[in-house]
Design a protein around this ligand. Structure first.
Ligand code: A2P
Length: 282
C-alpha cells in the first residue's frame, strides 16, 4: 500500500476503507475483517457511525499488529466543547480497544468547535492521538476557525471525486499544507460518474474498472481516498491501483469532469440544525 506524508511527518496509507453507514454488531466487524484480509491497512470510522467497537474487534481478531494499521475516528457534535471532547476521545479509544488513535477528526463544523479542537490538541500533545484533523470544512469555515487553532490540522476530509473537485478549497488547504481526504470518492456509487465516457474509456485502456480509474486519479492528485464497498472483489480492486499511471493528459481530462456541485453543503443552516440534533448517546 502506498502512503502519503502528513504535515507532521506521520505517514498515512493513501487508500482507506470507510465504514460509514455499516451497522455495528456484525456487519462492520465482517466488512473490516474482510478489508484487512484484502490488504487494507487504514480504516476510517467515526463515533457518529456508532460502529467503533466492531472496528476494534475486527482489528484485534485480524491478528495484524496494531502498529501496521492506521485507524481514523471522529468526534461527534454531541461531544463538542472542551470537557465533553476529552471524554469523547476516551470513549472512542475504549470502544476501539486501543491506547492510541492514528488520526482523530472533528466530524462537523458546528457547536463549540474550538473548545473541542483544544481537547484534540491536548490529546495530540500527550501522544494519545498521532494526528488531528478536520472534516467538512469549506474555505469560509476555515477562515472562521483557523485563528483559534494552535496545532495545524493534518487533514481535511471532504466530499471529493471527479465531479466534485473542490478546486478553491484544495488551493487554500495546500497553502496550509493540509492534505485532503475524500469521502464519497466514487460519488457514492453514482452511475453518471461510474459510466462517464472519459472514465470508461480509460478503464478499457488500462484494463481496470471505472472505480479503479477514479481512485487512481485521486491518488495522483495527492488526495487520500476512503472508498466503501461491501463486495469483496470490488474491495480488493479498489486498492489494486498502484500498477498503472495516468498520463498528464489523462489527468487533465479527469480534471475537466468537475461540475463543482457537492451533494452536501456544510454551510447550509438546515444541515447544521439536522446534524446538531443527531444524538449518538444519552
Ligand atoms: P458495493 O458495496 O456493492 O461495492 P463511495 O465510496 O463513494 O461512497 O461509493 C460506494 C458505492 O460505490 C457503493 O454503493 C459500492 O457498492 C460502490 N462501489 C464500490 N467500489 C466500486 C467500484 N470499484 N466500481 C463500482 N462501484 C463501486
Amino acid at each position: 500500500m502506498k502512503t502519503f506524508e502528513l504535515n507532521n511527518k506521520q505517514t498515512i496509507p493513501a487508500v482507506g476503507f470507510g465504514v460509514f453507514m455499516i451497522p455495528n454488531d456484525g456487519p462492520t466487524y465482517d466488512a473490516t475483517l474482510t478489508a484487512l484480509k484484502a490488504g487494507y491497512r487504514h480504516i476510517d470510522t467515526a463515533a457518529g457511525y456508532c460502529n467503533e467497537s466492531d472496528v476494534g474487534k475486527a482489528i484485534k481478531d485480524s491478528g495484524i499488529d496494531r502498529s501496521e494499521i492506521f485507524i481514523t475516528s471522529k468526534l461527534w457534535l454531541q461531544d463538542y466543547g472542551y470537557e465533553n471532547a476529552k471524554k469523547g476521545i476516551e470513549t472512542s479509544m475504549k470502544l476501539l480497544g486501543v491506547d492510541y488513535i492514528d488520526l482523530y477528526l472533528l466530524h462537523q463544523p458546528y457547536g463549540d468547535y474550538l473548545g473541542a479542537w483544544k481537547a484534540l490538541e491536548e490529546a495530540y500533545q500527550a501522544g494519545k492521538i498521532k494526528s488531528i484533523g478536520i472534516s467538512n470544512i469549506t474555505v469560509n469555515l476555515w477562515n472562521k476557525f483557523k485563528d483559534g487553532m494552535t496545532v495545524m490540522p493534518a487533514v481535511n476530509q471532504v466530499e471529493f471525486n471527479p465531479f466534485v473537485q473542490q478546486k478553491e478549497l484544495r488551493k487554500v488547504m495546500a497553502e496550509n499544507d493540509i492534505r485532503l481526504e475524500a469521502w464519497y470518492p466514487l460519488g457514492h456509487g453514482n452511475k453518471d460518474l461510474l459510466e462517464n465516457e472519459t472514465i470508461v474509456s480509460l478503464a478499457k485502456k488500462y484494463n481496470k474498472n471505472a472505480g479503479q480509474i477514479i481512485l487512481r486519479w485521486i491518488y495522483q492528485e495527492g488526495v487520500i481516498s476512503l472508498p466503501k464497498s461491501t463486495n469483496e472483489e470490488r474491495m480488493k480492486g479498489n486498492i489494486d491501483i498502484f500498477d498503472f499511471e495516468l498520463t498528464d493528459e489523462e489527468m487533465k481530462e479527469m480534471q475537466a469532469l468537475d461540475t463543482n456541485k457537492p451533494s452536501h453543503n456544510p454551510e447550509d443552516p438546515a444541515n447544521e440544525t439536522r446534524l446538531m440534533g443527531l444524538k449518538i448517546h444519552d
